[in-house]
Design a protein around this ligand. Structure first.
Ligand code: ZN
Length: 471
C-alpha cells in the first residue's frame, strides 16, 4: 500500500492535544511524541526524517556551515539517500513537495518541488513540465508588503495570516494536482507555515493556522487512499529569555571583532533607532540594506583571530578552536540563570573544517540561544520584533490507516523513514540510526539490506526488488 507523509513544521504535541476537539482530522490519528535531532532545527531534523540517520551521517547540521566562511547548504550536501532516492532505485514513484533543503531538486522517479532554502527565481521543480501544474505556487519569501515577516507580524498580523493560509492552500493543491497527473507510491508534503506562525504570531493566529492545516489534510485524505503519517520536526515553546551567546564570548575575549567596538555600537544605535521609527522609514531600500549588513556576522566577527563564536541561532552551535576547547566549554557550561544551569555542550563530528570543534548546545526548552552580537550583555528578554517562541525538543509522530495500532512508545526522528519503508513492505537499509517502530497490528520481521549506495547496479537492484516482493 502506498504511503503519504505529511509534515507539519514545528507542530507542538501539547497544542495538538489541547486542540483535539477543534482539529477533527488530526483527532482521528494515532498519536505519540517524537524526539527531534540535536539541534531541533528544521534543516537537520527534516533531513533526518527522510534519511533515517543523525546529522553526523547526513552532514546537514543547520542552514549554514562554516569552512572558514559562513555558507548556506543545499540538497547536494546531503550524504545519505533520502527515501525517494531508495524508492527510485526500485522503480517506485515519489512526489515530494516543499521539504526543506531539497533544492536543487534531484532527478528522481517522480516529482520534486523544492522547499525552504530555494533561492528566489530559481528552477524549483523536477521534472520539466511539472511546473505547468503549479502556476501561481509561491515559495516562502518572508517579505510582506516589502517588510520582513518579523516586523509585518507585529504591525499587520492579519496580512501575515492571509499569506500563510495561501501558502498552506497551495501546498495541498500542488500535492493533489501532481498525484492525479503522475501517480505515486510515496508522497511527502511539508506545511511550513506553522513554524513561522509560532515564531512570530500571537496564540489566536497560531490556532487558526493549525486549524487551516487540519482542514487541508482532510482535503488530501478525502481524495487519496493511502496509509498516512503525520510528523513534526520539533515542537515549540514560549521563550522566557534570550541567551546572547556571542556577547558572552566577546566579553570573555573568545570572539574578536574586525572594527572598533565604538563604531559597531554606533551602527547598532542607528539600527535600534530605526526600529522604532514609523514603518515608512524602515521601508527605504537603503535602510534595509544597512540593517542587513549590520546583521551580517562576517562584517563584524574576525574569524581568523577568534577562538569561539556562535554560528547561528538555528544551529545552536558554537565553533571553537580545538586547542582552546576545554576552557571555552567550561566557561559556557557554567552559565547559570536563576541559579540553574541551562545548557550542556555536545561535540558533533564536523566534516567542513579541521582544527575547530563543533559544539551544539543542548538547551533547556524556553531559552533561545541568540547569535546576536550587540555588546549589550548575555541575557535579554524577547522584544517586539524578536521570536515569541522557539523550537522545543519534541515533535509528533502520528498514523492513520487500517494497518496501524495505537501507540504507546515515543518515536525518534530517525525512526520515521524505516517505519514508512516497512509499512510499504520494503526492506530497510542497514546503515540507519533509526528503527522500525512497533506500531503495526500485524507483526512482520524487519528485513535489513546493504543499501548503502542508491546508485545501485542493475544486479543489486534486482536482488533488492526480489527481496521486497518476498515480504
Ligand atoms: Zn522546523
Amino acid at each position: 500500500m502506498r504511503s503519504i507523509l505529511i509534515g507539519i513544521d514545528g507542530a507542538e504535541p501539547s497544542l495538538i492535544q489541547k486542540w483535539q476537539d477543534e482539529l477533527p482530522t488530526l483527532a482521528n490519528f494515532n498519536f505519540c511524541k517524537l524526539e527531534s535531532t540535536l539541534p531541533p532545527s528544521s534543516a537537520p531534523a527534516w533531513t533526518s526524517v527522510v534519511t533515517g540517520v543523525e546529522p553526523e551521517k547526513h552532514w546537514i547540521y543547520d542552514f549554514f556551515y562554516f569552512d572558514g566562511e559562513i555558507k548556506v547548504v543545499n540538497s547536494r550536501y546531503r550524504k545519505k539517500p533520502a527515501i525517494w532516492n531508495l524508492l527510485s532505485s526500485l522503480g517506485m514513484k515519489s512526489i515530494v513537495v516543499n521539504v526543506p533543503v531539497t533544492y536543487p531538486p534531484e532527478k528522481i522517479n517522480g516529482v520534486i518541488v523544492s522547499g525552504l532554502l530555494t533561492p528566489p527565481k530559481a528552477k524549483f521543480v523536477f521534472p520539466n513540465g511539472a511546473e505547468k501544474l503549479l502556476k501561481g505556487y509561491k515559495m516562502e519569501h518572508l517579505i510582506v508588503d516589502d517588510l520582513p515577516i518579523r516586523i509585518a507580524s507585529y504591525y499587520y498580523p492579519e496580512k501575515v495570516l492571509t499569506m500563510l493560509n495561501e501558502w498552506i492552500g497551495w501546498r495541498t493543491k500542488a500535492v493533489l494536482r501532481l498525484i492525479s497527473k503522475y501517480g505515486f507510491d510515496f508522497c511527502m508534503v511539508v506545511y511550513r507555515a506553522t513554524d513561522l506562525a509560532q515564531h512570530f504570531l500571537d496564540d489566536e493566529y497560531v490556532y487558526q493556522i493549525y486549524k487551516k492545516v487540519d482542514e487541508e489534510i482532510a482535503k488530501i485524505m478525502e481524495n487519496v487512499k493511502a496509509n498516512y503519517f503525520v510528523v513534526s520536526d520539533h515542537g515549540f515553546c514560549k521563550i522566557r529569555k534570550n541567551i546572547n551567546i556571542n556577547n558572552f564570548l566577546y566579553e570573555k575575549g573568545f570572539l574578536k571583532i574586525k572594527k572598533k567596538e565604538g563604531k559597531l555600537k554606533f551602527g547598532k544605535r542607528i539600527a535600534n533607532f530605526l526600529r522604532f521609527l514609523p514603518r515608512k522609514f524602515t521601508h527605504l531600500p537603503f535602510v534595509k540594506k544597512m540593517l542587513f549588513s549590520i546583521a551580517k556576522k562576517e562584517n563584524v566577527i574576525d574569524f581568523s583571530s577568534s577562538i569561539a563564536f556562535c554560528l547561528s541561532s538555528s544551529s545552536r552551535a558554537i565553533l571553537m578552536r580545538r586547542e582552546h576547547k576545554d576552557e571555552v566549554v567550561k566557561e559556557i557550561e557554567s552559565i547559570k540563570l536563576n541559579g540553574e544551569k541551562v545548557l550542556k555542550l555536545k561535540e558533533l563530528k564536523y566534516p567542513y573544517i579541521k582544527d575547530w570543534s563543533y559544539m551544539v548546545a543542548d538547551l533547556k526548552d524556553g531559552y533561545f540561544l541568540m547569535d546576536l552580537l550587540n555588546f549589550e550583555g548575555m541575557i535579554s528578554k524577547p522584544e517586539k520584533f524578536n521570536f515569541k517562541r522557539e523550537h522545543a525538543k519534541e515533535g509528533v509522530f502520528m498514523t492513520y490507516g487500517k494497518i496501524f495500532k495505537e501507540m504507546d512508545e515515543k518515536a525518534k526522528i530517525t525512526d520515521v523513514m524505516p517505519t514508512i519503508l516497512h509499512s510499504m513492505k520494503l526492506p530497510i537499509p542497514n546503515y540507519l540510526d533509526g528503527k522500525v517502530l512497533d506500531i503495526f497490528k500485524e507483526k512482520r520481521a524487519v528485513r535489513k539490506v546493504d543499501w548503502e549506495k542508491y546508485w545501485l547496479s542493475e544486479k543489486e537492484r534486482e536482488i533488492i526488488r526480489k527481496l521486497a516482493l518476498k515480504i
